[in-house]
Design a protein around this ligand. Structure first.
Ligand code: GLU
Length: 445
């Protein structure tokens, strides 16, 4: 870090929170970006604002005990990190994945604070989840786990307090079980306490599609700046969950062709373009793997590999953190890749981001590029508060405008600080300025 004061703050975090590598990574990226902001606006660091910003307002860690189908008791760990509530109720998803630990939740809650800020909407940042591994678990086991999880978490939630949603391992099924338990315990039909709900019970149209669609809208803006469009562009993306599926849907509808996607076991390379109906059937209905897709479609399957060696103009990492490193960037560049944008949270490593910038590949960071999901969650909260249901078309028009605005905010902010092509700087600086100004207005809390 070039700035000494920021380096001292960062060193203190390393000492105080040892072993939380992902959190350190997320903090270091933001502190790097805001050094230029603080040179012009030193008052934003007054009253230990940066130290307060890097310390979660509240961290909840709790035991989740539940019974599996054999009647054996299982013990997991639950988390909710309410990172920053300056801009509104804590907002952010729940992740159920075996790798989840406190440092993961802190990195995601920290990122979410800035992401939510640049949507321009009134939502604070949070993240939660568990080290529960849903793979291979029956529906009933998932239900009992979700009920046990909510039996502790419910006391910390509320439509004006903290509003979770989905993330990896948490979709409509899990949100249904979580909402059912919340309603049972509290005796309140408080639709606005969770987002990502089913359409019949308080959910919003386009929420399911929002992160993927929003990502593509963001990429469209990035391309437009170069005087290009999506028509005819070849794309490779990782993942095959909610973000990936709906990014593929929007890319195909706008004339691009996605030739690769993946899961944690391997990659499918489908030269004719991914058959989305088949992929949705396998992933959303059968809860299967991309290997099944490759077999049924007769496409190439690359066991244990990620898609970054496959040729494409646009690469969209939509799986998980740190899934695209420097070697991958070298391959992408060699294959003519011109645009990389993050559908997942922090999928590109810091060294890989530096190399992308060096190679003049346009890079859209997740805080901006994947903000469409949480932005549409905020639209769901608006509908819940007004007891309204907007049409698919109206909601999508809102989302498209929000993504356009986010892109413009990042580009304008980056330009104002003398680095017009640096969306990382633009996103971090714009998010920071909004949160920091608000924290100053709210006093030392
Ligand atoms: N988990 C999503 C994200 O990373 C969505 C959060 C939400 O809708 O609250 O932004």
């Amino acid at each position: 870090m070039k700035d000494e004061a920021l380096q001292a703050i960062y060193d203190a975090i390393l000492r105080r929170d040892p072993g939380e590598d992902e959190f350190h990574q997320a903090v270091s990226e933001v502190l790097d970006s805001i050094a230029v902001v603080l040179r012009e606006r030193p008052e934003l660091a007054d009253e230990r604002l940066i130290e307060r910003l890097c310390e979660p307002e509240r961290q909840l860690v709790f035991r989740v005990a539940w019974e599996d189908d054999e009647g054996a008791v299982q013990v997991n760990r639950g988390f909710r990190v309410e990172f920053n509530g300056a801009l509104g109720p804590y907002k952010g998803g729940l992740r159920f994945h075996r790798t989840v630990k406190l440092g993961t939740m802190k990195f995601l809650g920290f990122e979410q604070t800035f992401k939510n800020a640049i949507t321009g909407l009134g939502i604070g940042g949070a993240k939660g989840g568990s080290d529960f591994d849903p793979r291979g678990r029956s529906d009933r086991e998932i239900m009992r786990f979700c009920q046990a999880f909510m039996t502790e978490l419910y006391r910390h939630l509320g439509e004006h307090t903290d509003v979770p949603a989905g993330d990896i391992g948490v979709g409509a099924r899990e949100l249904g079980y979580l909402f059912g338990q919340y309603k049972r315990i509290t005796n309140r039909y408080e639709a606005g306490v969770l987002t990502g709900k089913g359409i019949g019970w308080g959910g919003s149209h386009v929420r399911k599609e929002a992160t993927g669609y929003g990502l593509v809208y963001f990429v469209r803006e990035m391309l437009a700046r170069r005087g290009e469009g999506l028509e005819g562009k070849k794309c490779v993306l990782s993942g095959s969950g909610n973000v990936a599926l709906y990014a593929i849907e929007k890319l195909h509808s706008l004339g691009a062709k996605v030739v690769a996607c993946s899961d944690s076991d391997g990659t499918v390379h489908d030269r004719d373009g991914i058959d989305l109906a088949l992929l949705k059937q396998i992933k959303e209905v059968e809860r299967g793997r991309v290997r099944d897709y490759a077999e049924r479609r007769g496409a190439e399957y690359l066991e244990g590999q990620r898609p970054w060696a496959i040729r494409g103009h646009i690469a969209l990492p939509c799986a998980t953190q740190n899934e695209l490193d420097v070697d991958d960037v070298a391959k992408l560049v060699e294959n003519g890749c011109k645009v990389v944008a993050e559908g997942a949270n922090m999928p590109v490593t810091p060294r890989a981001i530096d190399l992308l910038h060096e190679e003049q590949v346009d890079f859209g960071p997740g805080k901006a590029a994947n903000a469409g999901g949480v932005a549409t969650s905020a639209l769901e909260m608006q509908q819940n508060a007004r007891r309204e249901v907007w049409t698919f078309g109206d909601t999508e028009a809102h989302l498209a405008q929000i993504m356009k605005d986010i892109h413009a905010t990042c580009a304008k902010t980056a330009e104002a600080f003398g680095a017009p092509d640096d969306y990382v700087l633009g996103a971090n600086a714009a998010g920071f300025i909004r949160v920091a100004e608000t924290m100053r207005a709210l006093g030392v809390v």
